[in-house]
Design a protein around this ligand. Sequence first.
Ligand SMILES: Cc1cc2nc3c(=O)[nH]c(=O)nc-3n(C[C@H](O)[C@H](O)[C@H](O)COP(=O)(O)O)c2cc1C
Length: 351
Amino acid sequence: MSRQQRKKDHLDFTLKTAQFPVENGFSDINLVYEALPDVDLDEVDISLDFLGKKLKAPLLINAMTGGHPDVKQINRSLARSAAKTGIAMAVGSQTAGLEDTKVRDTYTIARDENPDGVLLANLSALASPSMVKEAIEMIRADGIQLHLNVAQELAMAEGDRKFNGVLTNIEKIVKESPVPVIIKEVGFGLSRETVRKIYDLGVRYIDVGGKGGTDFIKIEYMRSGRDSDGKFQNIGITTAASLIEALSLKLPFTVIAAGGFTGNSDVACALALGAKLVGMTGHFLKVISTSSEQGLISRIDNIVDDLRKNMLMIGAKNLKEITGKPVVITGFTAEWLLRRGVDITEYAVRS
Ligand SMILES: Cc1cc2nc3c(=O)[nH]c(=O)nc-3n(C[C@H](O)[C@H](O)[C@H](O)COP(=O)(O)O)c2cc1C
């Protein structure tokens, strides 16, 4: 199975799996309604600075594709949608583009269509520092995502089995990279212990990529036709638990929340907890595959509209204010955090 074909399979099999049957924990995250906000909807400002550029909204079209001739059109549409709505975008893993110059245009199209936007490069955390530099140059990236995907590799018949040396590799990349390094998971979450290790390597940006959205164990099992009796390994930290674990360390990180987001109040909840951006992949892929580029732009506009209304309903005029608003954490997420020794009372009593 070639790397290029695998990139295409991931798109096809994501669309075949059900829309996020597992919970990402955000039904346990509750904002406190403010019936006296004293703010006009027009006044609510959701713009922010990210990697030296301005974004119109704290959203990211997270790493999805590139590397097969058939997916160039998808990256073109994603990039146009990001440019039109003023949000950030990441390309999919660029190894295929480093190996074969013939498919480079499936990545560079994202920069061509969005010359001034925030665009992130993407490679495995096992990539060499020289590959990282080449991937950044390929799309004139503003930052590079290095993905951690042990669970996915182990589920993949042809996946990596050797992970020794990844920490020293990340440390080397951080020292040599011309742009900020973002460490991201792909749907199994980052624990507090992992986040501490990432910090000690000099990284200051993370994407928690938690459980409850795209499930790569399921996708890889389906792709290889492996018999699993309909059951898949139950591993991973939900996005809500992972985000709160990461933030509980109170380290100077920029944190991206991702894993199972589809819009609605969950976006405001993640920002209120302390995330800087909310990333979506599976949801945007499903929207674009059923309703094209214009459909994706409308969907992003609606997510933005919902976010502004949610902010008004909790009395937050801007993204700085939303982080100070009370959040009540209940159910499985509260129990998980309690058992992990994370203090969550401070979220509920903010004023
Ligand atoms: C079709 C598909 C391809 C993906 N390819 C990559 C990739 O190349 N690199 C990467 O870091 N993450 C990749 N991801 C993972 C996403 O960036 C994200 O971390 C994960 O899907 C969780 O978010 P979601 O639940 O919103 O989909 C891919 C996801 C999907 C659905």
